[in-house]
Design a protein around this ligand. Structure first.
Ligand SMILES: Nc1ncnc2c1ncn2[C@@H]1O[C@H](COP(=O)(O)OP(=O)(O)O)[C@@H](O)[C@H]1O
Ligand SMILES: [Mg+2]
Length: 228
C-alpha cells in the first residue's frame, strides 16, 4: 500500500477556512471518509491526487509532493467523481477506456487487448461499442472506474461514487470497489459500505473529529450528528 501523508494541512477558499490542522498518515488498504455536507471531505479527497493544493502544509503520496509533482502523483492516484458524466469523454465504451491509455506508449493492439480484458472484468464486454450516453447510471460509474483503473494506479480515491445511483447499481459499484487489489479511499454517505474498512475518518467543520476503526468512528459520527 502507498503512504498518504498530510502534514499540518490547512486550506482556505478565499476568506473561508475549509480544512485546518490536518495531520494524517494513511497506509491502510481501505480508508473511509464521512462527514456532513460542506465539512471538507471532497477538498481533503482531492488533495490526495493534487486536484486541490493545500494553502499551507504538504500532502505526499509515497513521498511525492502533490503540489510540486502533480503529474507523478496522478500516475499513482486515480480519482473517481460522484457524477460519471464528468469523467466520460469518448463516444463509445471501448474508446473511452482506451482514451486513458493514449499516452501509455502501448501499441494499438496492446491497448485493445487491455481494454477488452478490463471490460470483461467489469461486465461491460457486451457494451464495448455502445454509445456511452445510453448506459445506465451504474454502468457509467463502472466505465468511469474502468477508465481510471486501466492506468494501474496504486491508490483509488472515490468521492461519493454511489450517491447518484439506485440501490442495485450502488451495490454493484460497492462490490466492485470491495474486490479491488488497489488501496481505496472512499468518501461516502453510505455508511454500511465501510463496515469492513480498516480505518474511518470523520470530518467535521474542516477537522478530523474521529479517526478509528469503523464501529467507533461511525458511532462518534452518529453522536455528533445527534448533537446538532
Ligand atoms: N472551489 C471552491 N471555491 C470556494 N469554496 C469551495 C470550493 N469548493 C468547496 N468550497 C467550500 O468548501 C467547503 C467544503 O467543501 P467540500 O470539501 O466540497 O465539502 P464536502 O465534500 O464535505 O461536502 C464548503 O463550504 C464549500 O462550499
Ligand atoms: Mg463532497
Amino acid at each position: 500500500m502507498s503512504e498518504i501523508r498530510f502534514d499540518a494541512v490547512h486550506h482556505r477558499f478565499g476568506e473561508r477556512t475549509v480544512l485546518s490542522g490536518i495531520d494524517l498518515t494513511l497506509t491502510e488498504p481501505r480508508i473511509g471518509i464521512v462527514g456532513a455536507n460542506g465539512s471538507g471531505k471532497s477538498t481533503l479527497a482531492r488533495m490526495i491526487n493534487g486536484l486541490v493544493e493545500p494553502t499551507a502544509g504538504t500532502v505526499t503520496v509515497d513521498g511525492v509532493d502533490t503540489a510540486k509533482q502533480g503529474r507523478e502523483v496522478r500516475r499513482r492516484v486515480g480519482f473517481v467523481f460522484t457524477d460519471p458524466d464528468n469523467q466520460i469523454v469518448m463516444p463509445t465504451v471501448a474508446e473511452d477506456v482506451a482514451f486513458s491509455l493514449r499516452r501509455s506508449g502501448l501499441t494499438k493492439p496492446e491497448i485493445a487487448e487491455r481494454v477488452a480484458q478490463l471490460l470483461r472484468r467489469f461486465g461491460l464486454d457486451g457494451h464495448a461499442d455502445h454509445p456511452t450516453h445510453l448506459l445506465s447510471g451504474g454502468q457509467k460509474q463502472l466505465l468511469a472506474l474502468a477508465a481510471v483503473l486501466i492506468r494501474e494506479p496504486s491508490v483509488l480515491v472515490a468521492d461519493e461514487p454511489t450517491t447518484l445511483l439506485d440501490l442495485r447499481n450502488a451495490r454493484m459499484v460497492a462490490e466492485l470497489l470491495a474486490g479491488l487489489a488497489e488501496q481505496v479511499v472512499l468518501v461516502t454517505h453510505h455508511l454500511e459500505l465501510l463496515a469492513d474498512f480498516d480505518r474511518v475518518l470523520v470530518i467535521e467543520d474542516g477537522r478530523v473529529l474521529a479517526d478509528d476503526r469503523p464501529a467507533p468512528a461511525l458511532a462518534a459520527y452518529r453522536q455528533a450528528v445527534g448533537r446538532q
